[in-house]
Design a protein. Structure first.
Length: 273
């Protein structure tokens, strides 16, 4: 890994490996990505990396679950982050002291900067549909204005950064870190967002389970959000233990989902009669 970067995070997306990292010493934090794109004519795996490129971010910010409310602001984050893929989009979650900011990206092919006639995998901000001439997601410029993912000049409308405000009970995300996964449900076609945040002062683990919309974003039940502070409440707060001792939470937090599957039959199993 390049010595100019730190906090590496990797994710597998559509058969390729993507490495995310933060530029060392950058304030506010700046992020880059590098894609491992194997080529049959390369001499080594080292030659298959596409090189570090800056990760783009939009200038619009919206509260998660409320895309109608938008401001022109780019949040400053701490550098702690995690990434995951649903194999359609790559999601990047960044932390500030009291909130998590989420963007998602599409993988596209672009002309290779050094090899004529070749392409290279790249990430670009996911698009959203707005009214073409007003550039607004909800208000048309006129009766003739129509929804479209592209503006009049052919430039795509990028999705905003979504701000996920959690009731953290005083936990500072800059120090505590967090982890996000897509958890399966009893319905094989439905997943839920699962977010874990450790409270380092108490040793308890806060868990937030959020519904996932059909377009892949967040949805909240009425009793999940504090009406006065507009913060998402944890669904569960637990303390982990091993045997008769409680575990002390420290270091970066990571989580993964597991779906139990029955082993496939080989045809050599004994038959009971």
């Amino acid at each position: 890994m390049d010595s100019n970067y730190c906090h590496p995070v990797t994710v597998a997306h559509r058969g390729l490996s993507i490495l995310f990292a933060m530029e060392k010493g950058s304030q506010p934090a700046r992020y880059a990505y590098n894609i491992l794109q194997p080529r049959p004519d390369s001499n080594s795996d080292q030659d298959d990396w596409t090189g570090y490129r800056s990760l783009p971010f939009p200038t619009e910010l919206a509260p998660a679950g409320m895309s109608l409310v938008r401001t022109q602001r780019s949040p400053e984050t701490s550098g702690l982050f995690c990434a995951l893929s649903d194999q359609e989009y790559v999601y990047l979650f960044r932390a500030a002291a009291t909130a998590i900011y989420v963007n998602r990206y599409r993988m596209v092919e672009k002309p290779h900067p050094r090899v004529e006639g070749k392409t290279i995998a790249a990430l670009e901000l996911a698009w959203e549909v707005r009214y073409r001439y007003s550039g607004n997601a909800d208000v048309p410029a006129s009766e003739k204005d129509i929804p479209n993912a592209l503006g009049p000049d052919g430039t795509p409308f990028p999705e905003p950064t979504y701000e996920l405000s959690l009731d953290l009970g005083g936990t500072d995300l800059i120090e505590a870190s967090f982890s996000v996964l897509l958890a399966p449900t009893s319905d094989g076609n439905v997943q839920r967002w699962q977010i874990f945040v450790p409270d380092l002062s108490s040793g308890w683990l806060q868990s937030y389970s959020l519904a996932r919309t059909e377009d892949g974003w967040f949805s909240f039940d009425a009793d999940q959000v504090d009406a006065e502070r507009h913060l998402v409440q944890p669904d569960m707060t637990v303390r982990l233990r091993h045997g008769d001792k409680f575990l002390e939470l420290c270091g970066p937090l990571a989580a993964t989902s597991y779906v139990k599957q029955e082993p496939a039959l080989t045809g050599n199993e004994p038959v009971l009669r």
